[in-house]
Design a protein around this ligand. Structure first.
Ligand code: FPP
Length: 239
């Protein structure tokens, strides 16, 4: 059904507001958000989406209250432990976009285990953006290329879209076709800055815990009705 839609990237926003509106703690919002993430992974897999990226924890999120950061990583560890068998069953490979070395030890351990166990899975790649910063990712790639040039392994004129993309966390994966952000915020928030060059955007007022299969399918249908021009005119694309 998803046709040319190879990669969906999502900014899961609004867990806190969802909880506050119900008189619940923010933790309950993140718990509900985790349930939504599980359902979206399964639905994307059923729809034949080959790559799904979820913005799970940005580098900027470290400035949240310590308890909330701890809770998010507890949920992540729970998710890793509870979902491994489902990921294997659905043939989903897990990867992390972001600097894993700075994550809490238990989270790193749980993630590494699932990454290793699912490395052979081919039907879908689930990228969790964790401790992620789009600008830092670009700087990291620039440093890697600069080191290759300094070592005479690469000429500056040979730095292309492709050689640059090969140094990103998403190396080997297609750019996102569709970026979804929930909760009515109209920002990219340092997400996939290089990879988002030609992405289509879908913004919805729906808070992340309420983002269900029907809404996911609406976002996909909306995407499929758009004409992606990649800088060409409408009639050139129609030809
Ligand atoms: C945004 O809501 C959500 C986050 C900062 C990330 C946490 C995401 C989850 C817990 C989903 C978990 C997914 C997995 C795969 C474990 P917010 O707190 O920014 O909401 P607000 O803007 O309403 O306060």
């Amino acid at each position: 059904m998803a046709g040319a839609l190879a990669h969906i990237a999502i900014i899961m926003d609004g867990n806190g507001r969802w909880a506050t509106r119900r008189g619940l703690s923010r933790s309950e919002g993140h718990r509900a958000g985790t349930r939504t993430a599980k359902a979206v992974v399964t639905r994307c897999r059923e729809l034949g989406v080959r790559h799904l990226t979820l913005y799970t924890f940005s580098r900027e999120n470290w400035s949240r209250p310590k308890d909330e950061v701890g809770l998010i990583f507890d949920l992540l560890v729970e998710y890793m432990k509870g979902e491994l068998s489902n990921l294997l069953e659905q043939d989903i490979r897990l990867t992390v976009l972001g600097e894993m070395a700075d994550l809490p030890f238990v989270a790193r351990q749980a993630l590494s285990h699932v990454i290793q166990k699912t490395a052979h899975c081919r039907s879908m790649t689930l990228n969790l953006a964790l401790n992620y910063s789009g600008r830092e990712e670009i700087l990291r790639a620039s440093r890697a290329l600069a080191r290759k040039c300094a070592a005479n392994d690469l000429r500056p004129e040979d730095i292309t879209d492709e050689t640059f993309a090969a140094e990103l966390y998403t190396a080997g994966q297609p750019d996102p076709d569709l970026i979804i952000r929930t909760s009515g915020e109209l920002r990219l928030s340092n997400y996939l800055l290089f990879q988002a060059a030609y992405a289509e955007f879908y913004f919805t007022e729906t808070l992340w815990p309420d983002f269900d299969s029907a809404e996911l399918e609406r976002a996909i249908a909306d995407y499929q009705n758009r004409q992606r021009r990649f800088g060409k005119t409408g009639s050139q694309v129609a030809d």
